[in-house]
Design a protein around this ligand. Structure first.
Ligand code: ADP
Length: 373
């Protein structure tokens, strides 16, 4: 129902206002609601009858200028949180202008509830997440197929040779190794799903970024040097270097990058350099944003062949690998990127001007959830 002064307007306008999903109110010179449509009553959580005669101050948010002030011709609609008549806060865009000419000094107020838009945003985010899980599930199914086929075929050959009594120990070892390799491959693939779905909760602690780097080098360094002459150089920042993060997961990121750097080196060896520094936005592209004010950066550089131009856009994709003979899982960078994103950080790769590649990671020193008052 649209009453009172709006009755003076044309029937068409009346009908239009009644059927609008935006709320409309007319206030008289005293600020009393003289007319309203059903949508306004719904936004304000009131019966239409109860709304008529209310003073606007009973639902007008204190932070909003009065309808009188808002109705200045140069003012655009403002967004504010209106207190619901039943004390439930929700967001609504409010604007005001002069009322119908039959009622001089009155104000026409319009209100657009944003609850539907918020719900839509939530549901879009949910849909996007499902789409990502769908893509991942399809990749997993595809990737599991190969090792499962190898296992079943190898077991078939094994049984066949056993039945024919012509299974030497050499051949038996070969079959077992094939099954073992494929089973490990399945386990790696399952790990990525576990990383994605099981527990997204980070175990945040205040820790020292340099300590994480040094521990990671201690964990894998000796293994690297046993395989080839690999020199690992550390160039770590002094203060400030404490960081709020999940120690184990960031360790996993560093180890994944170190393992890739080692794999990129030629069999004759080479060097890996790890740097850490307080991030200064001018140092790198893409440009710094406001949220990147307090960041620590670290990078892992190697003296390998670098990343080929036709693969660089895919290296963070799940199961993407260029490593020969099934030696790569294609999960290291995917998992690293996911962990870094969980920390609201960024990771990217670039080839060095002279030789090899550098992977850079930016991490906020504080996590927003922990800094909230
Ligand atoms: P994997 O190591 O199992 O192949 P990753 O996700 O860790 O899986 O790496 C994906 C691909 O990215 C590698 O196969 C390789 O082609 C490329 N890559 C990663 N690190 C480097 C590096 N330091 N130098 C050159 N290429 C790299």
């Amino acid at each position: 129902m649209v009453e009172s002064y709006l009755n003076g307007a044309s029937q068409f306008t009346n009908h239009l206002l009644k059927s609008m999903i935006d709320g409309f109110l007319v206030l008289d010179q005293e600020g009393l609601v003289t007319s309203a449509n059903q949508a306004a009553a719904a936004i304000l959580g009131s019966d239409l009858e109860a709304l008529i005669g209310q003073h606007y101050s009973s639902f007008w948010p204190v932070e909003l200028p009065s309808p009188d002030d808002m109705a200045r011709p140069d003012d655009s609609p403002r967004q504010s949180t209106v207190t619901h008549f039943r004390d439930i806060p929700f967001t609504v865009t409010v604007s005001a202008g002069p009322g119908p000419s039959e009622a001089p000094g009155s104000w026409l107020v319009s209100m657009t509830g944003l609850a539907d838009i918020e719900r839509l945003k939530d549901s879009l985010a949910h849909t996007q997440k499902l789409a990502t899980i769908g893509t991942l599930a399809a990749s997993v199914a595809h990737e599991l197929n190969t090792p499962i086929n190898i296992i079943t075929t190898t077991c078939g050959s094994l049984l066949h040779d056993l039945d024919g009594n012509n299974l030497g120990s050499e051949q038996l070892r070969h079959y077992i190794e094939m099954v073992e390799r494929s089973a490990w491959r399945c386990a790696q693939i399952v790990t990525v799903l576990g990383n994605y779905t099981v527990d997204d909760t980070l175990q945040m602690t205040v820790t020292d970024l340099n300590m994480i780097i040094e521990e990671s080098v201690a964990l894998v360094g000796h293994q690297f040097r046993a395989e080839a002459p690999v020199e690992v150089e550390l160039e770590l920042c002094q203060e400030p270097r404490s960081i709020v993060c999940d120690h184990n997961r960031i360790t996993q990121v560093v180890i994944n990058l170190l393992a890739n750097a080692r794999d990129a080196l030629p069999p004759t060896g080479g060097s890996i350099r790890i740097r850490s520094w307080p991030f200064d936005g001018s140092q790198i592209e893409p440009a710094q944003t406001e949220a990147e004010a307090n960041l620590l950066a670290f990078s892992v550089s190697d003296t390998g062949d670098g990343i080929a131009a036709d693969v660089i856009d895919h290296i963070f994709d799940p199961f993407f690998t260029t490593k020969p003979g099934g030696s790569g899982s294609g999960l290291g960078l995917y998992v690293a990127k996911r962990i870094v994103s969980q920390h609201r950080g960024r990771i990217w790769a670039a080839n060095n001007a002279d030789i090899g590649a550098t992977f850079t990671v930016l991490l906020p020193q504080q996590q927003p959830a922990l800094t909230r008052e």
